[in-house]
Design a protein around this ligand. Structure first.
Ligand SMILES: NC(=O)c1ccc[n+]([C@@H]2O[C@H](COP(=O)([O-])OP(=O)(O)OC[C@H]3O[C@@H](n4cnc5c(N)ncnc54)[C@H](OP(=O)(O)O)[C@@H]3O)[C@@H](O)[C@H]2O)c1
Length: 261
């Protein structure tokens, strides 16, 4: 009798432990509370794969990019995961007024995001700096640096009001090292690292901003600078689960960090 009771009690305890391990495991994967995640540049590459991964895990995606046709295609794919939740819009992050309008719409309909992923980016065609046309240099800086600043300008105030939120600025290995023929891109990503550390000092307790290098992933951007050897690297779909778990597990302790997926 006694032995049976002890066994029963032990089983109960083991069962509870297993449930707890399962909950911790899900939390580790970022499956806890559903979050509202704003991602810029969701029409292809890393942004698109991350949007689909987060939607699959039950989070709400607010996404933007410039290509209407690709946004429409993502809309139909993401719709298999709670369609009413997500908000995908055509926005050029280089235009401060468009980002302001996006922030107004998002905060009115969804409230402030819990997480922002400043992912939209562009790279110059491989060229020595003296061969990069001025407009091309500007386009890289306008997207990668000023686009990120535009998002921060309009989305940080409502997040600061809540004293809650995580901001992830996509950096690069080339935001911490350098290579020939991509000077505009390197300059933009070194700027992202500096901007991130500076803004980290401005945020209230409870928030965090990090610079995140995604590693090397086979996207259109990588094909532009690596050529055919881009195909040797991981796909965005293989990258997204790792990145999603990492992003969902960021806390205020990470404020100001330079991280890598
Ligand atoms: N792939 C890698 O190995 C790698 C390595 C290091 C860092 N990164 C960084 O990771 C991020 C994503 O790169 P990726 O490889 O996925 O590049 P990608 O395939 O070229 O995708 C870039 C995304 O940004 C969007 N975008 C570009 N300009 C925009 C603008 N003005 N407004 C709104 N959206 C804009 C593009 O959409 P539209 O053209 O439709 O606007 C597209 O969805 C970038 O910040 C990049 O620097 C990538």
């Amino acid at each position: 009798m006694e032995r049976g009771k002890t066994k029963g009690k032990r089983r109960g305890r083991e069962g509870k432990e297993r449930i707890w391990e399962w909950v911790v495991g899900l939390k580790g994967m970022g499956m806890g509370v559903p979050r509202k995640v704003l991602i810029t540049g969701v029409s292809q590459g890393l942004g698109r794969a991350l949007a689909l991964e987060l939607a699959k895990r039950g989070h709400t995606v607010i996404g933007c990019a410039r290509s209407q046709d690709k946004i429409t295609s993502l809309q139909s794919e993401i719709s298999s995961h709670d369609p009413s939740n997500h908000l995908l819009l055509t926005v050029d992050v280089r235009l401060d007024s468009s980002v302001e309008e996006l922030a107004r719409l998002v905060t009115e309909t969804k409230g402030a995001p819990d997480i922002i992923v400043n992912n939209a980016g562009s790279i110059n065609k491989n060229n020595k700096i003296w061969e990069v046309p001025a407009e091309e240099f500007s386009a890289v800086i306008d997207t990668n640096v000023k686009g990120t600043a535009n998002i921060l300008r309009h989305f940080l105030p409502p997040m600061i009001e809540n004293k809650r939120g995580i901001i992830v600025n996509l950096s690069s290995g080339w935001g911490r090292s350098a290579a020939a023929e991509v000077a505009p891109y390197c300059a933009s990503k070194w700027a992202i690292e500096g901007l991130t550390r500076s803004v980290a000092k401005e945020l209230p307790v409870g928030m965090a901003i990090v610079a995140l290098s995604p590693g090397v992933v086979n996207t259109d951007m990588l094909q532009s600078c690596f050529g055919t050897s881009a195909s040797l690297y991981q796909t965005p779909e293989a990258w997204a689960p790792k990145a999603a778990t990492m992003i969902l597990n960021l806390t205020m302790e990470d404020n100001g960090a330079s991280l890598t997926v």
